[in-house]
Design a protein around this ligand. Structure first.
Ligand SMILES: Cc1cc2nc3c(=O)[nH]c(=O)nc-3n(C[C@H](O)[C@H](O)[C@H](O)COP(=O)(O)OP(=O)(O)OC[C@H]3O[C@@H](n4cnc5c(N)ncnc54)[C@H](O)[C@@H]3O)c2cc1C
Length: 446
């Protein structure tokens, strides 16, 4: 490896892809060492033989405010594989008969979303009083003071808002932080609200992939990186990092190969990095301690194919249901003559312990409860595939903010990236993309 401007990246998820693209843009050669046979990490597609269909490992929703991600997708040529709502639209299904369709109004931010919520949502007097108090305080909030609070503790400062909690706070916190409002960090939710609702009105829309996730990230990224002279070594499990003083020298793979790494970026999750560091001889004690503190939150995606269509419009947020969202599947996952949907359960601690059959029974029950009045007849489930991602994201509590490290380490040529590092963002695609760029920029600065 003669080119001194070569950077090795462990992990080919979104953070690794972002680091590679960023390195290329600065005239460097990236070499991605990826454990599996393909790029994408937690944003990937798979062929499910048992149902004979290509599906994603989980429904991924972007936000129009994901500036870093949108820039990356434009760079690798797949921005058109996401359809961004203009403006935001969410169909909140409150009960069998009752929907609340939320759409911002044509007003300057933040009135565009505050007013329709205030005037159109089915709220009680206490909810409206809460909104007034909370809304005024929000503009003056000191984000740093929110770092020690959970979302519940933050909201309690402004009184009670039982309907708003069910209709807005719980769904938005689960969807963006994969953590319940009792545990989730108020600071991270504040960041979500600021990015999506306070800037331009165009930032509020959701971005829904219109193709499989592989077509969005893995495939175009592989083409882009290899065409620019970068390398992707698939099925390459890094087992050990070899240090010399304050520098990383090389990595060792599961097959016993030693690869010299003049510059190294880790783009793997905290638990994988902890394993890697503990099998390496030179420990950064503070980093190891921080890594050991991360805990994780699961997401379950239930893919269903039905004979009769489920009535939209979509996306549907089910209020008070363990199933929080329903999305129509992308065309590539549909089956002839059937209607495909993905159902999402975030922070699915209880459901993760359930058998797939029990999860499907739960889905059936919820469909009967929320749709029996509007379905022409039974929706007739024809096929299903449940995917449990047990470590979908880290649990995003106020405590977790204290142990998210930055991209730098105690070693001069070793940098960190991944959705879990300290980006001030929740553990999302946007955080992963940003972290990859942060790691490369720190490398260049050094
Ligand atoms: C079901 C689900 C739904 C989600 N929904 C959303 C959503 O709607 N919106 C959103 O923004 N985010 C969502 N997320 C979060 C998003 O997927 C992650 O934030 C993002 O993919 C993290 O990317 P990453 O590169 O940091 O990590 P990863 O994707 O985990 O990438 C790490 C890579 O490193 C590789 N690796 C690990 N160990 C080694 C090793 N020793 N040697 C070599 N390679 C190694 C892995 O194989 C993997 O490819 C969701 C996640 C899940 C699981």
């Amino acid at each position: 490896m003669n080119n001194p401007k070569t950077v090795f990246i462990i992990g080919g998820g979104v953070a690794g892809i972002s680091a590679a693209v960023s390195a290329i843009k600065h005239g460097w050669k990236p070499v991605i060492l990826e454990r599996t046979g393909h790029l994408g990490g937690r944003v990937r597609s798979l062929y499910a033989k048992d149902v004979g269909s290509s599906i994603d490992n989980g429904q991924h929703v972007l936000s129009a405010s994901y500036q870093e991600t949108r820039q990356l997708l434009s760079e690798i040529g797949s921005h058109d594989r996401v359809t961004f709502q203009e403006p935001l639209f969410i169909n909140f299904r409150i009960s069998n008969r009752h929907d609340f369709q939320f759409q911002p109004w044509n007003l300057p931010a933040p009135l565009h979303f505050v007013l329709p919520l205030f005037l159109k949502a089915p709220l009680a007097r206490s909810d409206r009083q809460f909104m007034r108090r909370w809304g005024l305080a929000f503009w003056r909030a000191d984000p740093d003071s929110l770092k020690r609070l959970t979302v519940r503790e933050w909201l309690e400062e402004y009184g009670e808002a039982p309907l708003l909690e069910r209709l807005f706070w719980e769904p938005i916190t689960l969807a963006t932080l994969n953590t319940s409002i009792d545990e989730a960090s108020a600071f991270l939710l504040y960041q979500v609200l600021i990015n999506a609702f306070v800037g331009s009105r165009a930032n509020t829309g959701l971005g829904l992939p219109n193709d499989l996730l592989d077509a969005l990230f893995a495939e175009p990224a592989e083409k882009y990186i290899t065409a620019a002279g970068g390398e992707i070594q698939a099925n390459c499990v890094v087992k050990k990092i070899i240090w010399s003083g304050k520098e990383v020298q090389a990595v060792e793979t599961r097959d016993g190969e030693r690869i010299e790494t003049p510059h190294l970026i880790s783009a793997i999750p905290p638990n994988a990095l902890m394993k890697l560091l503990s099998s390496s001889d030179n420990l950064d004690k503070e980093l190891s301690l921080n890594l050991s503190r991360f805990t994780f939150s699961p997401i379950i995606t239930i893919n269903i194919w039905t004979e009769n269509p489920v009535p939209g419009p979509f996306p549907i947020a089910l209020i008070d249901s363990p199933i929080q969202w329903i999305f129509p599947m992308v065309e590539a996952s549909q089956k002839a003559g059937l209607h495909g949907y993905t159902l999402v359960i975030s922070a699915a601690f209880k459901e993760s312990a359930m058998r797939n059959e029990a999860i499907i029974n739960l889905a059936n029950r919820e469909f009967q409860h929320y749709f029996s009045k509007s379905l022409q007849s039974d929706f007739k489930l024809k096929d299903y595939k449940v995917i449990k991602e047990k470590t979908a994201t880290f649990l995003q509590t106020p405590q977790s903010l204290r142990y998210r490290p930055g991209p730098g380490t105690a070693f001069n040529n070793f940098f960190l990236s991944g959705d879990w590092i300290d980006t001030d963002l929740p553990a999302t695609i946007e955080s992963a993309v940003f972290s990859g760029r942060m790691a490369v920029e720190l490398l260049l600065a050094q």
